[in-house]
Design a protein around this ligand. Structure first.
Ligand code: GDX
Ligand code: MG
Length: 381
């Protein structure tokens, strides 16, 4: 039987409770566990609702607070690692993780993962159609970094390496628990490190396609993603130099038609984002820019008064990323802000030159971009 875990931190209680109910109705699920960041309103709402859901569905519903396991900012990583320990101490065969804020979640998500696991996969990841300007950390940070650093590996081909929706068997959970890097990664870098460590272990991997998409709490401006960006980049950088082996092939379910709502959606507010390039400048950032090619330095410096981004094409992003890998200091505030500005410029360039051309064009472009990065990096050696 399976355990479903929802890590959560101040979410809409009605959304979390509805998701717990849906998961607990599934025939394969005998327990649902919510792992909260702290005992606040969402936590207490689930606590109150749990006995009724258990009565209705026959599944056990439990709550826990995340334990302090890692050494970075206490965040989603501690919650997921708390979940892994709970799972391995239980008698369940399989563990599912899902984000708590998904309004399109359904029993079908569990079905798809269970069916793939029945066919022998130890790791099953869900992937989704996403708005063409969504997933910009996934594409520009994680997938780009994986292509640069491990161009011959399976990592290049994983659709959503940051997705929080996945199934693990006991064997897969054991691999994660035994890896000190995983234990240390208490922040947003957790998804990156899970993906890396599971791939390095060569565990059979399937990705299943969820056609209705992941509809969840949206961010207002790109600035809300600052911390996630910094921690996801630092996680990739921390793995640099590790051996992963070459690609072993994994099953990817073919994507189906994309819902009109996803195909037409824009992921962020352009007007508020443009201003981000002009704000929060320090002398320290200006000095760090000396490390970058002349056109990046000059372009970004001009953005102090006018939001310029025309220089940040895919080639320039590749070069800038290499420099970031060599020099970025995860503890440095000037570095965090400079990384953020470079990434904003890259996202704006992509929006103006690619995303405007439509959903299919953008999807092809992004897939081609990471494969081209991998080829270029493999040639460079
Ligand atoms: N217990 C706990 N503690 N839960 C947390 C914490 C924390 O510190 N931080 C976030 N969560 C929960 C949150 O309530 C939600 O259920 C889930 O983790 C994901 O957080 P959310 O704010 O919805 O993040 P977002 O932007 O939707 O990101 C998710 O997708 C990204 C992606 O697919 O690109 C999340 O799974 C990311 O890890 C992933 O990178
Ligand atoms: Mg979310």
């Amino acid at each position: 039987m399976s355990l479903v875990i929802f890590p959560f931190k101040q979410e809409r209680p009605d959304v979390l409770i509805a998701n717990v109910r849906k998961a607990s109705r599934h025939a394969r699920v005998s327990e649902v566990l919510g792992i909260g960041y702290e005992n606040e309103e969402t936590y207490r709402a689930l606590e109150t609702a749990a006995p009724a859901i258990a009565g209705e569905t026959g599944a056990e519903i439990n709550l826990a607070l995340q334990r302090r396991i890692g050494s970075l900012r206490p965040g989603k990583g501690d919650a997921m690692n708390t979940g892994l320990d709970y799972f391995l101490a239980s008698s369940h065969d399989r563990l599912h993780f899902y984000d708590a804020d998904i309004v399109s979640f359904g029993e079908g998500w569990i079905d798809k993962a269970e069916t793939a696991a029945d066919r022998g996969y130890d790791v099953v990841r869900h992937y989704f159609p996403r708005a063409r300007t969504d997933a910009m950390i996934t594409w520009m940070i994680t997938r780009t970094g994986f292509s640069l650093l491990w161009p011959d590996s399976e990592l290049v081909h994983i659709e959503q390496p940051l997705g929080g929706e996945l199934l693990l068997t006991r064997a897969a959970a054991k691999v994660l628990v035994d890896e000190p890097r995983v234990r240390a990664q208490s922040d947003w870098g957790i998804d990156t490190v899970y993906t890396f460590v599971l791939t390095r272990a060569g565990l059979p991997l399937a990705e299943v396609y969820i056609p209705e998409g992941k509809i969840h709490k949206l961010y207002g401006a790109l600035s809300d993603l600052r911390t996630m960006l910094r921690e996801c980049f630092a996680a990739v950088q921390s793995l640099r130099g590790l051996d992963i082996g070459s690609g072993y092939g994994h099953e990817i379910e073919r994507p189906g038609p994309v819902p009109a709502a996803v195909a037409s959606q824009n992921g962020y507010n352009l007007e508020t984002t443009l201003r981000l390039l002009t704000e929060n400048w320090t002398q320290g950032q200006e000095e760090l820019l000396e490390l970058f090619p002349g056109h990046v330095r000059d372009g970004l410096l001009e953005a102090r008064t006018y939001p310029r981004f025309g220089y940040m094409d895919d080639e320039t992003w590749y070069e800038s990323y290499r420099i970031l890998l060599d020099h970025f200091d995860p503890a440095g505030e000037d570095w965090a802000e400079l990384l953020f500005k470079l990434w904003v410029a890259r996202v704006l360039h992509y929006t103006a030159n690619v995303a405007l051309r439509g959903f299919d064009f953008s999807s092809r472009y992004l897939h081609d971009m990471v494969v081209a990065y991998a080829k270029r990096s493999a040639r460079a050696g």
